[in-house]
Design a protein around this ligand. Structure first.
Ligand code: PAF
Length: 282
């Protein structure tokens, strides 16, 4: 059965031992309640590294007071079975006090890349992510770390973080994994009741529409955004947070579609906020 460690000290000792044997280490940072999306990251990490650490930590500092920290789904037993069967070697599952002991005072704040998209409605979220990810990088010291493209802004931010702070870590982005009907896999999909689950398909439908328009040669961001917005508005349970087109690296809005762009949506289905996106190079 897979090893589960709760302390920074134990993880460091284990990784140090692996490194002394010349083994490479991959890290898959997660908040748990793992699904096939996480599993695809773990699989890739297992293929590309000698040892794989999966961190499972619902990071309190990336949730605003009005968000779902308390209700965020957790199931360590099921998660450890998935990690074990997928070939991971170690789960790092710290308690909040281990990561943020009394007196903790440092935050990693990114100025750019955080203003648009999710940063607009979640202004403190990405400093929480940058802080915890920096800590995980320093604790595990992996050769590679794996993140899903569903959180495309987070992925761009982490790539920038690694560049800016000279972490000697390769960041590997992995494609979105979807349900058979198109809904992007997310731990938060468990919040949806059956009518909301059906309504949630409007996200992937809008993504398909936007992708087709761009693939067919549409160059005006606003035209694509308008069409996607109109489609989402046909779903009565949906409330749009944003529909945006940005440069995939800088996360700055673009008027004309060219280069590597990220088209992203965030939509409330009932009380559940879901995201989806596509990236394309034009
Ligand atoms: O994407 C997530 O699950 C989280 O934001 C991460 C990267 C594990 C940091 O808590």
């Amino acid at each position: 059965m897979i090893l589960i460690e709760n302390t920074v000290k134990k993880v460091r000792e284990t990784v140090k031992e692996w490194k002394s044997q010349g083994l490479t280490v991959g890290l898959v940072p997660t908040m748990g309640y793992l699904h096939e999306g996480h599993q695809s990251l773990i699989k890739k990490a297992v293929n590309e590294n000698d040892r794989v650490v999966v961190s499972i930590f619902v990071n309190p500092i990336q949730f605003a007071p009005n968000e779902d920290l308390e209700t965020y789904p957790r199931d360590l037993e099921k998660d450890s079975l998935l990690c074990n069967s997928t070939g991971a070697d170690l789960i790092f599952h710290p308690q909040p006090e281990e990561m943020y002991p009394d007196g903790f005072s440092t935050q990693v704040v990114m100025n750019n890349l955080t203003a648009e998209l999710c940063g607009k409605t979640r202004p403190t979220h990405f400093s929480g992510v940058c802080t915890v990810v920096s800590k995980l990088f320093n604790i595990v010291k992996p050769d590679r770390a794996y993140f899903g493209e569903k959180d495309a802004q987070q992925l761009a931010i982490i790539k920038r973080l690694v560049k800016d702070l000279n972490f000697d870590i390769e960041i590997v982005g992995c494609p979105i994994v979807r349900e058979a009907d198109g809904l992007a896999k997310s731990s938060r999909n468990t919040y949806l009741n059956s009518s909301e689950r059906k309504a949630a398909l409007i996200l992937s439908k809008s993504i398909q529409l936007g992708k087709k328009m761009v693939a067919d040669g549409e160059k005006s961001s606003q035209t694509v955004i308008n069409a996607m917005t109109d489609l989402i508005k046909t779903e009565s349970l949906a409330k749009i947070d944003y529909v945006s087109i940005v440069n995939a690296e800088t996360i700055e809005s673009v008027d004309t579609i060219s280069g590597e762009i990220l088209t992203a949506v965030a939509v409330y289905i009932g009380k559940t906020r879901l995201i989806d996106n596509f990236m394309i190079t034009v």
